[in-house]
Ligand binder design. Structure first.
Ligand SMILES: [Zn+2]
Length: 175
């Protein structure tokens, strides 16, 4: 027998472990590709038989697809709901599948947390308020006439407009 294959019991065990581990990863990738392909084909089949284009799950936009907003479903998370927080990136999730963090390339583990135990968070507090106030957004570009532009600048300084959009808006906001 060649000396290359003279492994100690520990080395043999390690080698088998490494081989099994790599096979498991390959299998997982292949299964993920198959599952995603089946999802895609099922959605396409359902959309082809949808009673109208408004009933489709995906809407064609140029050469891409967009989720039809009529199918979106949202629900409010109450203070008694259990949330999951990643122990690495800190992101909060409403669901946990085998405690794996769904953030791209994060290897963290999701842990159960109660909403009241979380550190104060600006957005959580903001969304929890019954009256969020009005949000006014205006375009501020060179296309505006001077009088309208001055009016928007004045209202922005008075705090009546929260967001501006346009290349010139950034410069004025910094003045
Ligand atoms: Zn994470």
């Amino acid at each position: 027998m060649s000396s290359y294959w003279s492994l100690t019991e520990q080395e043999a065990r390690d080698l088998i472990y490494i081989l099994l581990y790599s096979m498991r990863t390959d299998r997982a990738v292949a299964q993920a590709v198959t599952a995603l392909r089946e999802f895609w084909e099922t959605i396409q089949r359902c959309d082809e038989h949808a009673p109208s284009s408004r009933d489709r799950l995906l809407i064609s936009v140029l050469d891409a697809r967009r989720l039809n907003p009529d199918w979106w479903r949202l629900h409010l998370i109450s203070s008694s709901d259990v949330l999951y927080q990643c122990d690495t990136c800190g992101r909060l999730q409403a669901i946990s599948i085998r405690a794996v963090c769904p953030r791209y390339r994060c290897l963290g583990t999701l842990k159960e947390v109660q909403q009241q135990d979380l550190e104060p968070n600006h957005y959580l507090l903001l969304y929890g308020e019954s009256d969020m106030g009005r949000l006014r957004v205006e375009e501020h570009t060179a296309q505006l006439d001077k009088e309208k532009a001055r009016e928007f600048q004045r209202e922005f300084k008075e705090g009546k407009t929260v967001i501006w959009a346009g290349a010139r808006a950034k410069t004025i906001a910094e003045e």
